[in-house]
Design a protein around this ligand. Structure first.
Ligand code: LU0
Ligand code: CA
Ligand code: CA
Ligand code: CA
Ligand code: ZN
Length: 309
């Protein structure tokens, strides 16, 4: 678990309990289900938030994924903050109610539960990034679009950016893939937009990651411009820096490239607080959780509105 001075961070068990609590307290708005299991057999839960939540309604769908990278615990808090805001806020905030009534929101607070648990299982933080397969995989290099194409990942099983032996070789990425694939209804992908939360550096990133070119197969200038417009609007609201993913560094096999190229989902990465630092940047004190999660409230609203546009 977390050390006493950081006890406000949620462990896996506490995260699951929060989702169960939200579903119990808001049974008409929130429903928990599973996207699959991790390498070590932990359930990977997803919470759906919408009016008439047990009905699959013809409303734009938006996905939020958190904690692909084990040590990036602030992202789990980000997803739980979205859950809390869009369930508890429904009865008091008309803008929240409008979004919950007209969208279907999917939240996956822990994509990598095994890694998250492992990172805090010792005496002190372990700085762990990958999953906990026997040969650990960097989940954000294991996605199947342009996998391993371009020097944006490693084929060395000991490397922190090891892409795995094959696309979607990790149970965690294949679970999210299967869930996303399942949202194709009548040939139409229902999910319109997505944010994958990471830490740190305070950035809003859009595809592609595998190439430094703005345009490439499956990304026209108009589509790039839309990504940039929305990315810049979100960054203006939270003070992060907006840029194409590959402007930071080239990555291949990332979630954003797959979500966009395979499904046409407007998929972003947010690198949260802090703006800079060393390994300690992955472990901001729990005193910053409320401030640094609420910092993204407007950006989340922007994306939800854009999804219906
Ligand atoms: C989304 C990419 C471009 C950045 C990310 N950085 S992180 N969160 O691993 O430090 C990563 O390397 O996966
Ligand atoms: Ca504290
Ligand atoms: Ca609904
Ligand atoms: Ca639907
Ligand atoms: Zn990350």
């Amino acid at each position: 678990g977390f050390p006493p001075q950081d006890r406000d961070y949620h462990t896996y068990t506490e995260t699951v309990a929060e989702l169960d609590k939200a579903a119990a307290e808001h049974a008409d708005l929130a429903r928990k289900s599973s996207v699959g299991s991790s390498a070590e057999g932990r359930d990977i839960p997803v919470l759906k938030i919408s009016d008439n939540v047990t009905e699959d309604e013809n409303e734009p769908e938006v996905l939020f994924t958190c904690n692909q990278h084990a040590r990036e615990h602030l992202t789990t808090e980000m997803c739980l903050h979205i859950v809390q805001r869009y369930t508890d806020g429904y009865s008091t905030d008309p803008a929240i109610a409008e979004m919950v009534d007209t969208r279907e929101i999917w939240v996956v607070p822990m994509v990598n539960p095994d890694g998250s648990v492992y990172d805090v299982a010792g005496f002190g933080y372990r700085g762990w990034r990958r999953n906990r397969e026997s040969t650990p995989t960097d989940l954000n290099r294991n996605w199947g679009y342009q996998w391993g194409c371009c020097g944006g990942s490693s084929g060395d099983p000991n490397a922190s950016t090891y892409r795995g032996p094959a696309p979607f070789s990790a149970p965690e990425t294949s679970a999210i893939r299967d869930f996303t694939d399942s949202r194709v209804i009548g040939g139409e992908q229902q999910i319109e937009a997505h944010i994958d939360f990471h830490t740190f550096s305070e950035l809003v990133l859009w595809p592609y990651g595998y190439t430094e070119n703005n345009t490439a197969p499956g990304m026209t200038q108009q589509q790039y411009d839309r990504f940039a417009r929305i990315g810049r609007a979100m960054a203006a609201s939270n003070g992060y820096t907006p840029q194409q993913s590959s402007d930071l560094y080239v990555t291949d096999g990332s979630i954003n490239d797959w979500m966009w190229a395979e499904h046409g989902i407007l998929s972003f990465t947010f690198e949260m607080y802090p703006g800079s630092g060393g390994i300690e940047g992955f472990y901001p004190p729990d005193e910053v959780i409320d401030r640094e999660t609420a910092r993204n409230d407007e950006a989340v609203s922007i994306l939800l509105r854009e999804a219906g546009a």
